[in-house]
Design a protein around this ligand. Structure first.
Ligand SMILES: Cc1ncc(COP(=O)(O)O)c(C=O)c1O
Length: 456
C-alpha cells in the first residue's frame, strides 16, 4: 500500500529545519528535558547534537515533528516498525486488547499464538520465551546457554551490537588504538566500570574471517557456552555474513557442544523464514525483538526444545529461571501478531525488491555526483558508507573521524530536507512505502550529495 502523499521534487527540495532554530518548540522541550533527564535524554541512540527534533505523530511512512515538519521515516524506530506508523490493523488489535486489560499475573492466549507463528516461520524454533526488549532476549539466551552447557564464557564478534547486557557490549566500540590483532581481538569494555571478570569471560572474534574465528573458538572451546552472532550486524557496517563463515561457525560449535545463538533482533526483518532462512543456517537459539512487537516493547528467545528446556519451571526450579513482570504482555502480543500476520511472503518480496532498487540507486548517486560512498544491506535494510574502500568486517567499515563527520553532515542535510535516517548511515524501508516514496528519497539523496560536493 503506497501512501498518496505527493513526493517532493529536488527542484523544490522540502525544507524541514524549523526544529534547529533557537526559538523552536524542540529547543524548548530539550531545555525542559535537561532539567529532569541526564543530557535531556533517556535513550543514547536518539541523541543528536545539539538536540534532536521532537516527534509529534507518525502516519504510514511519515513522521511529523512538533514544529509541524514532515519527514519520510527511513529509520522506523531503528528497524522495529516494518509497517511504519499507526497501521490500522495493529492499532485496532492493540487497543482492543488494551481495553480488556493491559497485563495480568496470569498467562493469556495471545502469547501462544505469537509463539506458534514464530515456531512456524523459523525452522530452528521449537519453543519460545518472550522478554521486553532485544537486550533482555540476548541476556536470557546467554544465561540459557550457560545453563545448558555448564560453561561460563561466550564468544562474540568485534563491533557487533547486541543490546546493553554487560557481556554483549564487550568490544562494541573497539578502536585502532586498543583493538589488538585481527587473529585475537582484545576484549574492550564499553561502559566505564565493567568488571574485569566480564572481559575475561568474553572472547572477541573478527566478523567474516572464518579461519581465524574457528581457530580461536577451538582454543577456548572447553569454557565456551555460546557463540553469539548477528548475520547482518549493523555496527559491523551492515555487512551480510559470508555463507561459508556461518557454516564454519555452525560446524565448530556443534563439534564442541557450544550453543550457536543467532541474533535476529534486526535480521528477522529480511525474510519470511528470518535471516536463518536466507543464510541457510540452523542455530541452537535465536534472539528476536523489534518487528515481532508491532511497535511495542518486545524481545524473544526461540530455540530447540532440549536447549529451551533450561527455562522450563514445570519440574521445579529451572536451570535458568526467567521472570519479568511484562513478559508476553497481551497488548504487545496482540500488536505483534497483527504485524507479523501482515508480513506474508508477498510482503517480504515487495520489500526485497524495493530494498535492492534503493541500494543500487543510492550507490549510483555516489558515482554520478562524484562523492566517495558505498551502500550495504539486505532485504529492507540499507546503510550508507562515506568511503570507497573494500568493506568486509568491523575494522574496514568503521569510519575514520573525517568520514564520520562527512556522514553526519549528509544525514543532517537529509534531516533538513525531509528524510530521517540514523547518523550512523543506517536506514530501512516499511510496507507503506512504494515507488513514489523511493523516487523522492533518491532525488533528495542526490541533491544533498551535490551540496556535499559543493559548486562544480
Ligand atoms: C542485533 C541487535 N540485538 C539486540 C538489540 C537490543 O534490542 P533492544 O534495543 O530492544 O534492547 C539490538 C538493538 O538495536 C540489535 O540491533
Amino acid at each position: 500500500m503506497a501512501t498518496d502523499t505527493p513526493v517532493r521534487s529536488p527542484k523544490a527540495l522540502a525544507t524541514t529545519k524549523r526544529w534547529a532554530s533557537p526559538g523552536s518548540r524542540s529547543a524548548a522541550l530539550f531545555a525542559e528535558a535537561q532539567r529532569v533527564m541526564p543530557g535531556g535524554n533517556s535513550r543514547t541512540t536518539v541523541y543528536l547534537a545539539p538536540y534532536p527534533p521532537y516527534a509529534a505523530t507518525g502516519e504510514g511512512c511519515w513522521i511529523t515533528d512538533v514544529e509541524g515538519d514532515r519527514r519520510l521515516d527511513c529509520l522506523n524506530n531503528y528497524t522495529a516498525l516494518i509497517h511504519g506508523h499507526a497501521h490500522p490493523a495493529i492499532v485496532e488489535a492493540a487497543t482492543r486488547r488494551l481495553a480488556q486489560g493491559a497485563s495480568f499475573p496470569l498467562p493469556t492466549p495471545e502469547e501462544i499464538e505469537l509463539a506458534s507463528l514464530i515456531c512456524d516461520r523459523l525452522s530452528s524454533a521449537e519453543r519460545v520465551r518472550f522478554t521486553n526488549s532485544g537486550s533482555e532476549a540476548v541476556m536470557m539466551a546467554i544465561k540459557g546457554a550457560r545453563a545448558w552447557t555448564g560453561r561460563p564464557k561466550i564468544a562474540k564478534f568485534e563491533g557487533a551490537y547486541h543490546g546493553s547486557y554487560d557481556y554483549a557490549e564487550v568490544s562494541l566500540g573497539s578502536s585502532p588504538d586498543n583493538w589488538g590483532s585481527l587473529a585475537a581481538p582484545a576484549s574492550i569494555s564499553y561502559s566505564r566500570g565493567t568488571p574485569p571478570a566480564v572481559l575475561d569471560d568474553v572472547i572477541v572474534l573478527p566478523f567474516n574471517h572464518a579461519e581465524v574465528a574457528v581457530a580461536r573458538i577451538e582454543r577456548e572451546a572447553k569454557s565456551l557456552a555460546a557463540v553469539l552472532v548477528d548475520p547482518i550486524p549493523n555496527r559491523v557496517g551492515l555487512m551480510p555474513a559470508r555463507r561459508e563463515f556461518l557454516e564454519a561457525l555452525r560446524e565448530v560449535t556443534r563439534a564442541h557442544g557450544i550453543a550457536l545463538v543467532l541474533d535476529e533482533v534486526i535480521a528477522f526483518r529480511v525474510g519470511y523464514h528470518g535471516a536463518q532462512g536466507v543464510f541457510g543456517v540452523t542455530p541452537d537459539m535465536t534472539t528476536l525483538g523489534k518487528i515481532i512487537g508491532g511497535g511495542l516493547p518486545v524481545g524473544a528467545v526461540a530455540g530447540r526444545a532440549d536447549v529451551m528446556a533450561v527455562f522450563d519451571p514445570t519440574g521445579g526450579h529451572p536451570a535458568a529461571p526467567h521472570g519479568g513482570t511484562f513478559n508476553a504482555n497481551p497488548v504487545t502480543m496482540a500488536a505483534g501478531l497483527a504485524a507479523m500476520r501482515l508480513m506474508t511472503p508477498e510482503a517480504y518480496a515487495k520489500l526485497d525488491e524495493l530494498g535492492a532498487k534503493l541500494r543500487a540507486s543510492l550507490a549510483e548517486c555516489f558515482k554520478r555526483v562524484g562523492v566517495p560512498g558505498a551502500v550495504t544491506g539486505l532485504g529492507s535494510l540499507f546503510r550508507v558508507h562515506p568511503t570507497d574502500r573494500e568493506l568486509i568486517d568491523y575494522r574496514s567499515t568503521r569510519p575514520t573521524p573525517e568520514e564520520a563527520e562527512r556522514l553526519r553532515r549528509l544525514i543532517m542535510r537529509l534531516m533538513e530536507h525531509g528524510v530521517l535516517m540514523s547518523v550512523t548511515g543506517l536506514g530501512c524501508l516499511s510496507t507503506p512505502m512504494g515507488d513514489a516514496e523511493l523516487e523522492g528519497l533518491i532525488e533528495t539523496f542526490a541533491a544533498v550529495l551535490e551540496m556535499e560536493r559543493g559548486p562544480a
